[in-house]
Design a protein around this ligand. Structure first.
Ligand SMILES: [Zn+2]
Length: 311
């Protein structure tokens, strides 16, 4: 048998001669070729169909799978960001509360005249103990940060309450001695108007004067006549810039017509602490401090309290 191969370009031909054995093999091969190709095609089709990798929908399905995964990933990322912001805020809140506790602790040490070394709030507390190694083979589980924060927050709540009770108890003791109203609201100055009926400097009519006036140089210091808590530190009709202090036990004092106020509402002030600068704000004719003393909501003559220094 001869096989003639004809070249396409130059029309040249090539003749290959085959022996009888090769001839048979070629015939068998050619006869079986369609069957084997068909079988291979069939199996491949079945396999791909089994895996779900066939059909015109395949590419589309893959694409939608991918975009779904991408969306899921984005969602997870957004959730994580949100949680992180939440935790950060939580941490900031706890830090603020700890700072406040530290301040409270400092004040208590001051009040109780404790040895500073014993309760040093500037340093983290000394802790120790043997380290507990984890058992080999036990699976480490990260603590749930949120529950740890909750626990910490509860502990702080507890300490806060305890310290506040202590603070108020000790505060009462201190106030009983230091909130004793005595002395002048100015370091330099002279009494320019008494408590009681007087001719009003604005209307010329007889009117009630509910406090004492001390005249002095503008800007000179106005001081607290006893320890207490600032309950007013701004403008007030008629009074101009005014500071009010609550001394407990039903006592309050007011310092009016200030030029500038040096304290704010909520401040704890000590006896003789500078509160403001003398001025002429509000209903005033010149630099002076209008000083009032309240006992259970009604004004009393401050002169009686001022003179207590003379005892
Ligand atoms: Zn006055």
């Amino acid at each position: 048998m001869n096989i003639i191969i004809v070249g396409q370009r130059h029309g040249k031909s090539k003749t290959i001669s085959l022996g009888p054995t090769a001839r048979w093999m070629l015939l068998v091969f050619l006869a079986l070729l369609p069957f084997s190709m068909g079988a291979a095609g069939y199996f491949l089709t079945m396999m791909l169909a089994d895996e779900g990798l066939l059909g015109p929908e395949t590419a589309k399905a893959w694409e939608s799978d991918l975009s779904q995964q991408r969306q899921d990933l984005e969602k997870i990322r957004a959730q994580t960001d949100e949680q992180l912001v939440g935790l950060t805020l939580r941490m900031a809140e706890l830090q603020a509360r700890l700072t406040r506790l530290d301040a409270l602790g400092e004040r208590l040490i001051d009040r109780a005249s404790l040895d500073k070394g014993e309760f040093n709030f500037d340093e983290s507390p000394a802790v120790g103990g043997p380290s507990s190694e984890m058992d080999v083979g036990s699976v480490y589980q990260a603590p749930d940060i949120v529950s740890v924060l909750d626990q910490l927050s509860d502990q702080i709540d507890n300490r806060e309450q305890q310290l506040e009770v202590l603070d108020s108890l000790m505060g009462e003791q201190k106030i009983q001695s230091d909130s004793f109203i005595a002395g002048l609201p100015v370091q330099k100055g002279w009494m320019s108007s008494r408590y009681g009926m007087r001719t009003d400097p604005f209307t010329g009519r007889i009117a009630w004067h509910a406090g004492l006036d001390f005249a002095g140089k503008e800007g000179s210091p106005i001081v607290a006549v006893a320890s207490g808590v600032v309950t007013w530190a701004s403008d007030r009709y008629g009074y101009g810039l005014m500071v009010e202090i609550n001394h407990g036990s039903g006592y309050k004092t007011r310092y009016a017509h200030c030029k500038k106020v040096d304290v704010k509402v909520g401040d704890v002030v000590r006896k003789n602490q500078v509160l403001a600068q003398m001025g002429s704000s509000g209903r005033s004719t010149g630099p002076h401090v209008h000083f009032e003393v309240y006992k259970n909501g009604r004004t009393v003559d401050p002169a009686a309290y001022i003179h207590r220094t003379l005892r």
